[in-house]
Design a protein around this ligand. Structure first.
Ligand SMILES: [Fe+2]
Length: 346
């Protein structure tokens, strides 16, 4: 039986009968923050699943001044941790300046990664990077990188972590030249590289990918790999499939870049997932020797679950499910932080 406590409740001024398509249905926002231990688990929870799944969500508390965009909601991080066969859950709003001033601007609601043991939430347009403890979700303030954070331009969502070097890779952009910068922050949170990238004019890039040779940009949605193979030759990609006409995701697809084979899983109608975290099996070494973790929004049962797939058998569907205390809003990006990179967990 789950042990659920309410940590806090934020004031929401949204109407009870809100019918905005991205603030109702699968996008219905929450305003309660929970701590829940010992979630009830259905299925077989592997005991070598060890770490934390973090997912960012656009979760608005107030009506838009003019027009609401689905990415404008306040950032809420959901955390599901797996340790010793037990699952716990916690959700927290990101304490942004915009949230605290009760206005939505840089909402830090798009992406979340873990760099050097700290969770970092970011916004789809350039802005501040907000730091949270990846276990408690306590607010740790903004990234300053010893005063070298590029506060004039901010940093875009979709920073990347190179697991082999411990570096954070990022980009930002501007309407005036230089239109794009690329930067690197080391594991000690020092900005060690920050260079302009030549572009003929302003652009609004959204994501980046990295290799050992070159930096390139790719227009993908929720495509991800086992992060242990970041920047190195990899074989498998995992992505969410799109619900036609909506920013909702109705299934998962795994692509084998060597054979071209695809394997997919479709949730039942009315059930949507988000980006998967690829969780390498503790003690495993193979690229596909991993679990896929995601959160669902189930409109049929008014429920959200954390679901776990075997990466090597996506088509089988979830091998374990753990219901969350409340149905959460559909959201965006997520990450997986292995237990051995979390301070206090080793
Ligand atoms: Fe994105």
């Amino acid at each position: 039986m789950a042990d659920v406590e309410v940590y806090g409740k934020m004031l929401s001024t949204l109407p009870d009968d809100d019918d905005h398509p991205y603030r109702s249905g699968a996008w219905r926002p929450q305003n309660v923050e929970y701590d829940a231990d010992d979630l009830r688990v259905e299925g077989e929870l592997p005991d070598d699943l060890y770490g934390v799944y973090l997912r960012n969500t656009e979760n608005p508390l107030h009506p838009a001044i003019v027009r609401y965009h689905p990415f404008d909601g306040d950032g809420m991080i959901h955390k599901v941790s797996f340790r010793d066969g037990k699952v716990s859950y916690r959700n927290r709003f990101v304490r942004t300046d915009g949230l605290l001033a009760e206005q939505v601007k840089d909402a830090a609601s798009t992406d979340v990664i873990v760099h050097a043991g700290v969770a970092v939430a970011s916004f789809y347009q350039c802005g501040d990077l907000y730091r949270l403890d990846p276990l408690t979700l306590d607010d740790l303030g903004k990234c300053s990188w010893g005063g070298s954070f590029p506060g004039d331009l901010g940093v875009s969502a979709h920073t990347k972590v190179d697991d082999h070097t411990g570096e954070l890779l990022f980009f930002n952009y501007s309407t005036t030249a230089p239109y794009l910068h690329y930067g690197v922050v080391d594991a000690g949170h020092h900005l060690v590289h920050y260079v302009p990238v030549d572009l003929p004019g302003p652009r609004l890039p959204h994501d980046m990918a990295f290799t050992e040779q070159d930096l390139s940009e790719a227009c993908t949605e929720f495509g991800t790999i086992n992060s242990g193979f970041g920047g190195r030759p990899y074989r498998y990609t995992y992505a969410a499939t799109n619900e036609p006409g909506w920013f909702l995701f109705n299934g998962l697809v795994k692509h084998d870049t060597l054979t071209g084979r695809e394997e997919s899983y479709q949730f039942e109608p009315g059930v949507f997932c988000s980006e998967v975290g690829v969780a390498p099996r503790a003690g495993g070494t193979g690229e596909d020797d991993a679990y896929l973790v995601t959160l669902t929004v189930d409109e049929n049962r008014d429920l959200s679950e954390c679901v776990v797939f075997r990466a090597s058998d996506v088509g089988r569907g979830p091998i374990a499910r753990a219901p969350l205390p409340e149905r959460i809003a559909s959201g965006t990006h997520s990450c997986w932080a292995p237990g051995d990179c979390l301070r206090g967990w080793a």
